[in-house]
Write a protein that binds this ligand. Structure first.
Ligand code: HEC
Length: 171
């Protein structure tokens, strides 16, 4: 009888104390990008615009935003970007502008969101990838490890001479 009540206490302790901690830890990991552990920074939608861009093949409109540290670095024109810099790339499907039931010729506007991507500068934590951590999210959830394996290699192949950042400040 005594043994039974001890195991009951054990189950109660697991349910109340240990399981919630395990679940919370798992949830945090779910929100972070594989390899880099980058999460969606709060308030990024209010950051300043660095530049827009257009992907012809994917029919996507994009806007690159920077946090205050990023904008400060762009203004000074000094490389490398300092630790704490975060760059965001927002992408939408390009759709024709419709007014009433009419398509307005040659006018294209953002449709549904496709991805939101981030590059976070931390020269110690991300020393092996040029000081940058990468995160790509669809509907608020990070995409898989395989996609994150491609980020640094493409940025390194084409933008190494500019601290791995493609986007220049649009006047
Ligand atoms: C095949 C090449 C390629 C790959 C792979 C790639 N990028 Fe990029 N990335 C670019 C180019 C080109 C730009 C310039 C802006 C644009 O194309 O809209 C860019 C821009 C960015 C920017 C804005 C800052 C900058 O460098 O201009 C972020 C943030 C970003 N990418 C994140 C990522 C993440 C996260 C991944 C991996 C999931 C990734 N990129 C994979 C080519 C690539």
């Amino acid at each position: 009888m005594k043994r039974v009540s001890f195991s009951v206490i054990g189950i109660v302790m697991w349910t109340c104390l240990i399981a919630p901690v395990a679940v919370t830890a798992g949830r945090t990991a779910d929100n972070a990008s594989p390899i880099y552990g980058v999460t969606i920074p709060p308030g990024y939608r209010q950051w300043a615009m660095v530049a827009p861009s257009h992907e012809l093949g994917l029919h996507e409109l994009r806007v690159i935003l920077g946090n205050p540290q990023a904008m400060d670095a762009y203004e000074k024109g000094a490389l490398p970007y300092p630790d704490g810099t975060i760059l965001a790339k927002l992408a939408w499907k390009q759709v024709p502008l419709v007014e009433g039931h009419e398509i307005v010729p040659d006018a294209f506007v953002p449709g549904p969101t496709t991805t939101v991507q981030f590059m976070v500068k931390n020269s110690k934590r991300y020393a092996v990838t040029g000081g940058w951590g990468f995160g790509r999210f669809i509907d608020g959830k990070p995409v898989d490890k395989a996609q994150h394996e491609t980020c640094f290699s493409c940025h390194a192949a084409h933008a190494k001479g500019h601290d791995y950042v493609f986007t220049r400040y649009a006047p």
